[in-house]
Design a protein around this ligand. Structure first.
Ligand SMILES: [Zn+2]
Ligand SMILES: [Zn+2]
Length: 209
């Protein structure tokens, strides 16, 4: 029986459990448990709610309407998809950060804002300020996988366990969209979460010394 099977067994008995408890039960790091539950979540076996892990039974499912990703057509199974708002009115959701970046590429000339969710806390974070682990071995939605973190420290911790590379928004974006490993200094948008990728690209050229 795999650890993931055991997690399901535990959930059948207990209804809900926290990552902390699971990491104690299995004597593995919380990061390892997060990876298990992310996989189970993607397979539709479990769901996360207010920090607790629950079996994904019918009565736990709040919405029956399943949207599909505009990029890859996969059903959006994540509780909190990657969400882009274009020109303050058009809201589009993608299955994961990977497709989210590809979605951005269609709107490079537009003012957009984007919300992603911290892998650990599931708290919303402005995508432009998030840190990403790109190409880790953790099974994510689309490959190469992109996983978001609010703090660089958490991203680095995750990277130690599961490989990949820690990147800021523009690096991760370029890696996925242009398949380029170019390094762009993070842009100075600490408060204003609206951004324009075309402008960021040309600004970068201008500031180059
Ligand atoms: Zn997708
Ligand atoms: Zn995806």
């Amino acid at each position: 029986m795999t650890r993931r099977d055991k997690i399901i067994e535990i959930l059948k008995e207990r209804k809900e459990i926290s990552v902390k408890e699971l990491s104690k039960i299995f004597n593995v790091s919380e990061m390892t448990i997060y990876r298990d539950i992310r996989e189970l979540e993607q397979e539709g076996e479990i769901k996360r709610k207010h920090g607790a892990i629950l079996l994904n039974e019918k009565e736990n499912t709040e919405t029956l309407v399943v949207d599909t990703c505009p990029i890859c057509d996969k059903p959006i199974t994540r509780a909190y998809p990657y969400r882009i708002t274009v020109e303050d009115y058009k809201v589009i959701e993608a299955c994961c950060e990977h497709c989210g970046f590809l979605l951005h590429s269609k709107y490079e000339d537009k003012k957009v804002s984007a919300i992603t969710y911290d892998f650990i806390t599931e708290n919303p974070i402005s995508a432009i300020n998030a840190w990403y682990v790109v190409g880790s071995s953790a099974v994510a939605c689309c490959s190469p996988s992109v996983i978001s973190f609010a703090s660089k420290e958490d991203a680095e911790k995750f990277q130690k366990g599961f490989g990949g590379k820690v990147m800021d928004f523009m690096e991760a974006y370029n890696t996925i969209v242009n398949n380029m490993q170019i390094s762009i200094k993070s842009c100075c948008h600490p408060q204003n979460i609206t951004f324009n990728i075309s402008e960021m690209k040309s600004n970068k050229d201008k500031t180059k010394t």
